[in-house]
Design a binder for this molecule. Sequence first.
Ligand code: ATP
Ligand code: MG
Length: 567
Amino acid sequence: MRRSRAFIPTSKEAPSDASLASHIFLARAGFISQSAAGLYNYMPLAKRVIKKIETIVNEEMSKVGAQEVELSFVTPAELWKKSGRIEKFGKELLRFKDRKDNMFVLGPTHEEMMVELIKNRVTSYKNLPLNLYQIKTKFRDEARPRFGLMRGREFIMKDGYSFHASTEDLDREFEEMEAAYKRILTRLGLDYRVVEADSGAIGGSGSKELMVIADSGEDTIAICSKCEYGANVEAAISGERKEVPEAPEAEFNKFSTPDVKSIEELAAFFKIDAYYTVKCVAKKLVYENESEIVLFFLRGCDNLQEVKAVNAAGALEIQDASEEELKALGLVPGFIGPLDQDKAKHVIDTSLKNAKNMVCGANELDYHYVGADLSVISDVAYFADISEVNAGDSCPKCDGELSFTKGIEVGHIFKLGTTYSEALKAEYLDENGKAQPFIMGTYGMGISRLVASVIEQHHDENGCIWTKETAPYMVNIMVSNIKDEAQMAAGEKLYKELQEKNVEVMLDDRKERFGFKMKDAELIGFPYTVIIGKELVNGNVQVYERFTTEKTAVNADEILSYVMDII
Ligand code: ATP
Ligand code: MG
């Protein structure tokens, strides 16, 4: 491509709402332009990068026998009613009616459609397993679209779905897909980690996320210092505590604790470790048609993990509860405890099961219990893992330690089971001729989010640094002074030669200053720029490597073979 003819509107100005490097540089370097909140136009450079990612995905999918299809973007709302997700998806689902008053939604994901596609077409266990995928625009009316391509409302996703006759076969496929996803990210040149993920309200028996490691990531992941264990903090668990603080021995008793409300105050008052105190976090849980106050009890040293809390309560959303709302139920904020708790629904963290020597609220103003033994409620109370792991906790898989890092969720693979096939009555006949619902897996990957992720991991203060597998053009030939006939001729010659060798090459033949063109090349992030300038009279050109920002002088006669070698 000749730069003089290319549509690459670079700019010095970043979008006013851009805070992430990928958002700033993809906009400034003329890859994307925003049309409305969370909606982006892809310009030629972005299209090229997207195609490269798609090609890699297609190659890796075909290696594992997954087949590409394309389902309609506009999907009948009827299917979403049948699966029950029309309510669950809430406002993220964009609904509308056609001229005949039929209700439709813009597909945010395609489980329903894919099940519908194979239903009555795949009818026997003999046709299983089957793995179908597409790469397609999705629409989710995100509450807070932000960070450019990272969280759009319209975005491109690779979504795949597999169908099986046994859970063992689903397990096998899941492992194969995990391996394929890892190969894709490795080929893209990304530093990533596969982590255990929250399976959410949909249930299912296992899910993993593929996280690109980046400080700007929206997800917090806990990783082990020694082994492969990694988990989204929403799902992370810790191993046995290595050192348990010394227990405060006391007879069970009600103790006057005037105005001692917080865990810090309580631990200081009794001169005990917060480990032996019971913390109450009161929240308002929102369900489909109602909401209620739920109390979450944890050890004083732990914090509530809200996603775990939502799952434990089977709710859709979690909100803060006000003091007034608690008092209205007869609760005494600051002194709420788990013993004889009959005022509100409550969940107790598993680490408190059978806990002894505890100090907890006595459900009475200015009183706490000391020496409380929670085994008295172990049969009646509802226990669940609702606490967040802490940095320094022991790993659940080995004797290593957990620490936190930030990640960008670029992929999510999920053992779905029969949730959708049962809801949509999609069945096959097993070996005995008996109808069975398909056992399903689902595998998502954010293609447009990957474009942004590459730049989050590969940029500097001057712009994008594309990896070889993702670069829109591998080589940029920059003719320093286009009025210099020798320079221009050398540039044209190399341009032609590289094209003949199928190298993706740009010829910067614009009548602009050297400095301006160089800045532009850095902003766009071509892996290599061949500078044809003044040194040509001495038989030399320069090769600028974007990744190292180093310039190397190369004999003009050998430039073709030099370039072919490095790329
Ligand atoms: P998130 O927690 O980031 O909202 P999600 O759990 O809703 O993601 P999935 O439903 O698992 O995402 O979708 C599969 C993949 O699609 C994600 O792993 C992510 O890479 C991508 N994706 C999801 N939402 C968006 C979005 N709003 N913009 C860009 N990519 C997205
Ligand atoms: Mg989401």
